[in-house]
Design a protein around this ligand. Structure first.
Ligand code: FPP
Length: 233
C-alpha cells in the first residue's frame, strides 16, 4: 500500500485523529455541547502545533462528518461558527509555519462563506513545505471512495489500487501510519477507510478536550513499539 514502510515503526509520517468526545466532556461539566466543541478547538490548535514539532509531516483531523450535518441546527450553527473562526484566524499562522492546509470532504455542502474561507486558506498556504494539515469537513469515507472511483475512471481510464489512491482527497499524502481516536469509542466512523488498510490504531479513553500533548506523546511511544508487517512475516 501507499507509503509502505517495513519493520520497526518510529515517528509516523502521517497521523490521523478522530476528535471525539466534545459533547460528553461538556455534559459532564453541565455545559452545552457547543462549549465542548469550543474546548475541542482550543485543544486542537496547540495539539496540531505539538504534533508537527514531533517530526510528523502529515496530520489529518476529523472535524465534521457528512452524517454530523444532520445534527440539530443549533449545534451545527455553533460548529460552523468555529470553522469560520478557525479558518479566518489560523490561515496566517499556518502560512508562517510553512504548513499547507487542505480540506477534505464535500465543501459544497457547507455555507458558501465557509467554502470561500477554505479556498482562501488553501491558496494562501499552498507553498508550505514543512507539513500538511488535512481537515476533514463534511467528510465521509465511503462518499470519498465513490468520488475517487469516478475520478480515476475518468482520468486514468481504469480503477486500480494506485489510480484510486491518487484520486482520493488525500491523494498526495502517504497513507496514515497512526490513527488516534479519543472519546472511548473503538470504531472508524466512516473515516479514511481506504487509506487506513494498514494503519496502526490507538484508542484513548480521554474526551478530546482533555487529550493533552503528553497523551499524544504516549500514543507515539506506543506506536514506536509496534512491528509493522503489512501482512508479511
Ligand atoms: C465529535 O464529538 C466532535 C465533533 C463532531 C466536532 C469536532 C470539532 C472540533 C474539535 C472543533 C472545531 C474544529 C475545527 C477544525 C475548527 P461529539 O460531539 O460527537 O462528542 P460526543 O460523542 O461526546 O457527543
Amino acid at each position: 500500500m501507499k507509503g509502505e514502510q517495513n519493520g520497526e515503526a518510529r515517528i509516523p509520517r502521517h497521523v490521523a485523529i478522530i476528535m471525539d468526545g466534545n459533547g460528553r466532556w461538556a455534559k459532564r461539566r453541565f455545559l452545552p455541547r457547543g462549549a465542548g466543541h469550543r474546548a475541542g478547538m482550543n485543544r486542537m490548535i496547540p495539539l496540531v502545533e505539538h504534533i508537527f514539532t514531533r517530526g510528523v509531516k502529515f496530520v489529518t483531523l476529523y472535524a465534521l462528518s457528512t452524517e454530523n450535518l444532520s445534527r440539530p441546527k443549533e449545534e451545527l450553527e455553533g460548529l460552523f461558527a468555529l470553522l469560520r473562526e478557525y479558518f479566518f484566524d489560523c490561515t496566517e499562522k499556518l502560512k508562517r509555519k510553512g504548513i499547507r492546509l487542505k480540506i477534505i470532504g464535500e465543501r459544497n455542502l457547507l455555507p458558501e462563506d465557509i467554502a470561500l474561507l477554505i479556498e482562501r486558506g488553501e491558496t494562501e498556504t499552498a507553498s508550505g513545505e514543512s507539513g500538511t494539515l488535512f481537515i476533514a469537513v463534511a467528510y465521509g469515507s465511503r462518499q470519498e471512495i465513490v468520488r475517487a472511483a469516478n475520478k480515476a475512471l475518468a482520468s486514468a481510464g481504469e480503477i486500480t489500487a494506485e489510480t484510486l489512491s491518487e484520486a482520493m482527497d488525500t491523494g498526495d499524502a502517504p497513507d496514515p501510519d497512526l490513527l488516534i481516536r479519543t472519546g472511548k469509542e473503538t470504531r472508524l466512523s466512516n473515516f479514511l477507510l481506504w487509506q487506513s488498510a494498514y494503519t496502526e490504531l490507538y484508542f484513548s479513553d480521554k474526551m478530546f478536550p482533555a487529550f493533552e500533548n503528553k497523551d499524544f506523546d504516549r500514543a507515539l511511544a506506543d506506536y514506536a513499539k509496534r512491528n509493522r508487517r503489512f501482512g508479511k512475516v
